[in-house]
Every structure is written in structure tokens, then in C-alpha cells.
Design a protein around this ligand. Structure first.
Ligand code: ADP
Ligand code: LRH
Length: 491
């Protein structure tokens, strides 16, 4: 076909959306069919995702997409990484997926690393140690009745895809975030799974982006108003994998920051970096589309801002993000900074208090009002972006000429400018919906509307008229270096 309409279901930790993408060889036009809030649900025993609601909202979005384009040619699903549902022998979901911010993995990484060896784990999987890696979540679940009964583990996008098609499969980019996939072969590491004491039966066949993932079940087709069995296509089902597909890069000397709830900061490489220095710096080698490696580190991201806003609003303050950011931009820079990656910021809770205490611990004034605290968050994120970009280029031995910020954070002008200043590099901001675009591009290629590699796919994303370039402010470097030293980060 010369053109096609596809639906990109993109579930972020803070919001989910179903985007309709109309694609031909010249352009990709994105229309929002449906958007809804997402977030953790606290129950007495744990912090959960509301998986059934995600399914319902996905159907609502697909119904809206089909209403606009009854000839919808394909559906692709991506979401945040690492979290999963367990299915029993009959395909029933054994309990709600637990949220990665739940503390059930406290102490587990230390135990697993002690038993398996940090070096061995890194050599096999290439992943940074994050407390919520699926390996640690499943280890924490050992001994539960759900895991005992489980026949299949499906990461969130695979679970939603299963509910649409009845076909269970594991898409490889997201599987690489489990810390159970071999980074070189891109197959499940059966050895590691056995040594971790996990049941091998729950790890099913892998699919690659572009593979067919099954046709819509008849009842699902009816529910969304489709008159024919629309195929579901595997995409980079890890949201970050799809986001990086849509980085509007013109050459390979770029760093990316996929900036939403998290800032995923790194480089696109053709081979993993598994050196001891890379492990010590806690860099991940995640599997990308077309065999690429996303060499990156997780920076705590706009979660700090989301959770602060939630806390203030719960306390009765009526604050809007654009106004707060505008006021923060007028405040003095680098008055107080923290290391955003401190594990104390991971769980939900009173973020303003935690941040203020961290400022004081570091011998700085506590931010006096919300705008000052927002400035502290944005300064601290820019500083963490600087550290990650610098380390990535050193560890990978790669030249970087430009930093691309994609995702919701590309709308944050203050963060984009300060990231340019902190990195001493131009920042190109946008597209905001890179993840949905990357999802749609891989579907369009699978349909034969597009061809070529990532370079060809990216050519379409560069035509986005909303891209904006931020140049580093001359003379800014010394202040950022001093701030990095204040929080004990070199560079
Ligand atoms: P996720 O996919 O992780 O849910 P997004 O990529 O959707 O995250 O980004 C959401 C974030 O984008 C919000 O938390 C907010 O900080 C930022 N954002 C959204 N709209 C704006 C705006 N108008 N100005 C500045 N920042 C914004
Ligand atoms: C971003 C993301 C990130 C993971 C985190 C759990 O949405 O997928 O890449 O580390 O969620």
C-alpha cells in the first residue's frame, strides 16, 4: 500500500493515549484519538496498576480511531517497562500487576547479586541494577501462590496485546528490561533463569518489532466497531525503544533524553558496552529496534515534579504547571540542587518535603516556596542529564554533537534550555509524542508503506514543524561544574 492508518497505543506511567497515525512515504500525521490519566493504585497489601482499566481505555481509544478510519490497518502497543502479569493454564490473569514503585523488592537486588555475582549479571544481561528489574520482582514473588500457578509471564504491553488477540508472546525490546534476556543473543538466558530459581515455563516465545502479533478476537473487533480482523503488530513495545525510533536525528552523533516520568539518557549504539567502568556507572544496554542498543541510564525524571504537584494539590494548593515553570524560570539558578537519582525519591509520597530535606543535608537552603522547589527540580534534572550524557560518551567512546529531548519533557522550555547549558550542547526538543510516532513507524514499515532502516524512518520525524533548538548559554559551564561538585558528582 502507498499509505495506511495505524493505531499506536502508548501507555505511559502518568498517562495513556491512543494515537491515530496516517502514514505515507512523505509524512506521518498524528491525531489523538483518546487520552486518559494513569498512575499507581494503593491497596492495603501493595501498589498496583489498574490493568483492566488500561484494557478498557485501550478499547475506548481504538473505537475512536476506527470511527475516524474504518480502514485501520494495524494496531501496536507499547508501555513502560519491567512490570508484568502472570497467567494461569487457562490464560486467566493471576492478580493485578504490581507497580514498579512498590517496595516489595527492598533488599532483593542485594540478595540476588550476592548469589549470582554483579559482574556475571552485567556480562549476561548488560543491564543497570534498578530495584524493580523484573528479575528482582519475580524473585520477590517466589513462594506466592500466583507464581506457583503461573504458566506465563507477560509484560504489560504483551498482556494487553494478549487481551486483544488471544495470542501470548513476548516482544524482545521490553523483554530486555527484565534482566533475564541475554544481551548478545537476544534470547531468554535459560541459565540465568535457572540459577535465579525462576520457573522456566513462564518465559514464552519472543517476537521482534515488526512481527505479526495476532488478529483481533471477534468480540474485540465488535467492541471497537471494526468490520474486519485488524492485525496487531509487534512494535518496540518498550516505550523507550519506540521513542528512540522517532528521535529526529540527522546523523549518529547524538545523545537522546526520552523525558517523561523518567529521563532515559544515552546513546544509540550497534554493540553493547559491558566494561567494568560501564557497570560501575550503572549504564544499561537495552535492546532496540533493528538490533540497536540503547546505551543509557535512568534519571528519576519528571516524576519529581509530578509527585510534588500531587502533594501540593492534595494540600489544597491550586497550581498549574505552565505558570509554575514560568515563575521558576525567573528564580535564581542553581540555588539548591540534589541528586535526583537518590532512591529516597523512588516511592510515591511527600516529594516537596523529601527534596527540601535533601537540599539541607547538602548544606543548601531549603526552597522557600513551590516555584523555588520547581527550580530546584529542573536544575537538578539538567545536572543529572549533564552527568549521564558526559559519562555515556566517555564510556562508549562516542562523539556527541547534539542532544535530542523527546517526550512530554520537550514541552518544558526551562528544562530544555538548562539541559543545553548544563551539557554545553545544542538541544533539539521534540517530538512530544515520539513514542507513539516510533510505534506507528514500525507498524507502517511492517505493512510495506515505508521501507529502509532507522535512518529512513527518522527522515519522516525531522519534518515535524514543532521541533525547537536551544543553544547553550555562553559562559555557563563553570556554574554547572561547581553544582555537580556540590552533589558529589564528578564532571
Ligand atoms: P509518561 O509517558 O512517562 O507518562 P510523558 O512523556 O507524557 O510521560 O510526559 C509527561 C510530563 O510532561 C509531565 O509530567 C509534565 O512534566 C510534562 N509536560 C506535559 N505538558 C507540559 C507543559 N505544557 N509544559 C511543561 N511540561 C509539560
Ligand atoms: C519509561 C520506562 C523506562 C523504565 C521505566 C520503568 O516509561 O519504560 O524505560 O526504566 O519506565
Amino acid at each position: 500500500p502507498r499509505s495506511a492508518a495505524v493505531a499506536a497505543v502508548d501507555l505511559g506511567a502518568s498517562s495513556g493515549r491512543v494515537m491515530l497515525a496516517e502514514v505515507d512515504r512523505e509524512r506521518l500525521t498524528l491525531t489523538e484519538a483518546h487520552r486518559f490519566d494513569n498512575g499507581p493504585v494503593r491497596l492495603p497489601d501493595a501498589l498496583y496498576w489498574d490493568a483492566l482499566r488500561l484494557h478498557t481505555e485501550t478499547l475506548a481509544g481504538l473505537r475512536a480511531a476506527v470511527a475516524r478510519r474504518p480502514d485501520l490497518a494495524s494496531i501496536g502497543i507499547d508501555s513502560w517497562a519491567v512490570d508484568y502479569g502472570l497467567l494461569d493454564a487457562g490464560g486467566a490473569l493471576l492478580g493485578n500487576p504490581v507497580h514498579y514503585r512498590d517496595p516489595r523488592t527492598d533488599g532483593v537486588p542485594e540478595r540476588v547479586v550476592g548469589a549470582l555475582g554483579a559482574q556475571r549479571l552485567y556480562q549476561t544481561t548488560g543491564l543497570q541494577l534498578l530495584p524493580f528489574n523484573t528479575l528482582f520482582q519475580l524473585t520477590a514473588a517466589l513462594g506466592t501462590s500466583a507464581l506457583a500457578a503461573a504458566q506465563r509471564m507477560l509484560l504489560v504491553p504483551d498482556l494487553l496485546s494478549y487481551w486483544l488477540t488471544g495470542v501470548a508472546g513476548s516482544e524482545v525490546t521490553n523483554a530486555s528490561t527484565t534482566q533475564l534476556l541475554d544481551v548478545r543473543t537476544r534470547e531468554w538466558s535459560t541459565e540465568l533463569i535457572a540459577q535465579a530459581g525462576l520457573p522456566a515455563r513462564i518465559f514464552g516465545p519472543l517476537r521482534r518489532p515488526g512481527d505479526a502479533a495476532g488478529d483481533l478476537l471477534p468480540e474485540i473487533g465488535t467492541a471497537i466497531g471494526a468490520t474486519w480482523p485488524v492485525p496487531v503488530t509487534a512494535v518496540g513495545s518498550h516505550d523507550t525503544a519506540s521513542a528512540v525510533v522517532a528521535v529526529p536525528a540527522a546523523h549518529d552523533r547524538f545523545a537522546f533524553i526520552s523525558c517523561g516520568t523518567w529521563s532515559l539518557v544515552g546513546l544509540e549504539l550497534t554493540a553493547p558496552v559491558l566494561s567494568p567502568a560501564s557497570r560501575a556507572a550503572n549504564f544499561s544496554n537495552e535492546a532496540g529496534v533493528d538490533g540497536t542498543i540503547r546505551y543509557l541510564r535512568n534519571v528519576m525524571g519528571l516524576w519529581l515534579l509530578q509527585e510534588s504537584l500531587r502533594t501540593w494539590r492534595a494540600g489544597g494548593l491550586t497550581l498549574e504547571l505552565p505558570e509554575l515553570l514560568a515563575e521558576a524560570a525567573r528564580r535564581p539558578g542553581l540555588a539548591a540542587v540534589v541528586d535526583p537519582d537518590d532512591p529516597e525519591f523512588l516511592p510515591p509520597g511527600d516529594m516537596p518535603t523529601r527534596l527540601a530535606k535533601a537540599c539541607v543535608r547538602l548544606g543548601q537552603p531549603a526552597p522557600a516556596d513551590p516555584a523555588a522547589l520547581v527550580r530546584c527540580i529542573v536544575d537538578s534534572l539538567a545536572l543529572a542529564h549533564r552527568a549521564a550524557v558526559r559519562q555515556a560518551r566517555e564510556l562508549a567512546g562516542r562523539d556527541v554533537e547534539v542532544v535530542h529531548i523527546v517526550g512530554g519533557g520537550a514541552r518544558n522550555e526551562l528544562l530544555c534550555q538548562l539541559t543545553a547549558d548544563a551539557c554545553g550542547l545544542p538541544v533539539v526538543a521534540g517530538p512530544v509524542e515520539a513514542t507513539a510516532i516510533g510505534n506507528a513507524l514500525v507498524q507502517a514499515r511492517a505493512l510495506g508503506v515505508l521501507d529502509g532502516g532507522l535512518t529512513e524512518l527518522r527522515a519522516l520525524t525531522r519534518r515535524d514543524g514543532a521541533l525547537r533548538t536551544y543553544r547553550p548559554t555562553p559562559g555557563a559551564e563553570a556554574a554547572w561544574r561547581a553544582a555537580a561538585e556540590r552533589i558529589g558528582r564528578s564532571g
